[in-house]
Write a protein that binds this ligand. Sequence first.
Ligand code: SF4
Length: 92
Amino acid sequence: MDPREMTNRQLGDVLLATTRPCASSPELFFATDDETESARRMREQAASVLCAECPARRLCFEYATRTEPEHGFWAGCTAEEIRMFNQLGEVA
Ligand code: SF4
């Protein structure tokens, strides 16, 4: 099924049922309060590699663009980038 046609509940359920790289390395997907800029860049780069190989990436991107999480790294994007995608979509 096309992720765009799924409800938020369906997206969440399928995401949870999928073997996701972030589930085994959650520390790469969320910043700590004292994270430095260089540590953030390295962490997000490592997370990007995992997202690129993730079978749930399209689902994850759809979920993130709908829910606009305040924090974290989703489908290869920061939460801020997800918000920017949505703002650009509203303008286009
Ligand atoms: S694409 Fe989403 S579900 Fe997959 S590893 Fe990245 S953050 Fe996790």
